[in-house]
Design a protein around this ligand. Structure first.
Ligand SMILES: C[S@@+](CC[C@H](N)C(=O)[O-])C[C@H]1O[C@@H](n2cnc3c(N)ncnc32)[C@H](O)[C@@H]1O
Length: 318
């Protein structure tokens, strides 16, 4: 498999490298930016990028041929959890800085991710402007789609994200197409995860513990959560169920419940997002720091499926 050179702005946990490695590629990290010092240190230790920056709006730097440029700029300006100040929020400028870097560096392909609220009518003007900038000069074929983590990643949680993909028109072998939804049998339910006897998940190891956990989850079911449906991550639950006070109570109850803390241990949460559960991946981050970053991170299986399609479009693996 060939080596791909990557660059990542607002890298957070740096999902691009592990996703491409899952597809069998060797990866050379050329550049990464991240404003959180602990996350930046982890990126440096794990991926050894040649260039590191703690502020993507300031880094100009020299370009190099980049095969894949990735970014998930801060979503608070558009997220229903934030103050929803949209393009007026200073953090929206970060998204623009990322787009301008793409226009300067002209990577072969790019993959950008954000909350689906970016596509809502209130933010449409800003979204359309970003797309216009990305399409300017006719250099890229740009496509976007909102993908849900359960349907497209098979993980037991509902989390919709907008993905914007660009492929250099002159180098593309065939048109990029988003992955299709997974068949139902390939989607995991929370109960499936709980039923697994895997050391990877820190779910209760004793039969009694599992029984108590199931009882707790059933209570949630009674309160309005449906365990036959994929469970939302706590953050997205708060965002998406905000309007319904009954459902919000469920979420608050989850957070407060010692039973559900078992589900939301770092290992469980990493499994829920499809992230590696190896200790090496955590680096020197505390459980809290990793957990917070995980709440903002790309759901890995969705990104892997998109990158697989990107590989088909570009013909990297032949
Ligand atoms: C939505 S998260 C990205 C998560 C990432 N895609 C992942 O999968 O882990 C946005 C990240 O941008 C970082 N950030 C915010 N402002 C930044 C800036 N000016 N330069 C670089 N990173 C920044 C935040 O610390 C946060 O980790």
């Amino acid at each position: 498999m060939p080596k791909l050179v990557i660059a990542e702005d607002c890298a957070g946990l740096g999902p691009l490298a592990p996703c491409l490695k899952q597809l069998g590629f060797k990866v050379e990290a050329f550049y990464m930016s991240e404003s959180d010092p602990a996350l930046l240190q982890r990126l440096s230790d794990l991926y050894h990028p040649q260039k590191l920056s703690d502020d993507c709006t300031k880094y100009k730097g020299v370009e190099k041929l980049i095969n894949v440029f990735g970014s998930g700029p801060p979503c608070q300006p558009f997220s229903p959890i934030g103050q929803r100040r949209g393009h007026k929020d200073v953090r929206a400028k970060i998204g623009k800085a990322v787009v301008m870097r793409i226009r300067r560096w002209l990577p072969e392909t790019f993959i950008l991710e954000n909350v689906k609220a970016l596509t809502y009518r209130k933010n449409r003007k800003h979204f359309a402007k970003l797309l216009r900038l990305l399409k300017a000069d006719g250099y890229y074929d740009v496509q976007w789609k909102v993908l849900d983590t359960w349907n497209y990643g098979g993980l037991p949680q509902r989390r919709s994200r907008v993905w914007i993909i660009g492929t250099t028109i002159h180098a593309t072998k065939r048109k990029f197409r988003f992955p299709k939804p997974l068949p139902k049998r390939k989607r995991t339910k929370l109960m499936d995860l709980l039923g697994r006897k895997s050391q990877e998940y820190q779910f209760p190891k004793t039969a009694g513990g599992r029984k108590r956990l199931r009882a707790g989850l059933k209570k949630i079911n009674k309160l309005g959560g449906d365990l036959d449906e994929p469970w939302c991550s706590v953050r997205s639950s708060i965002a998406e169920l905000r309007k319904s006070s009954k459902e919000s109570q469920v979420v608050v109850w989850c957070l407060a419940s010692p039973v559900l803390e078992l589900v939301l241990t770092l290992f469980g949460r990493r499994a829920m997002e499809g992230w590696s559960t190896s200790a090496k991946d955590v680096g020197d981050l505390s459980v809290r720091q990793f957990g917070m970053a995980l709440g903002n991170a790309w759901p890995i299986p969705v990104a892997v499926r998109i990158l697989h399609q990107l590989d088909r479009a570009m013909g990297w693996s032949g």
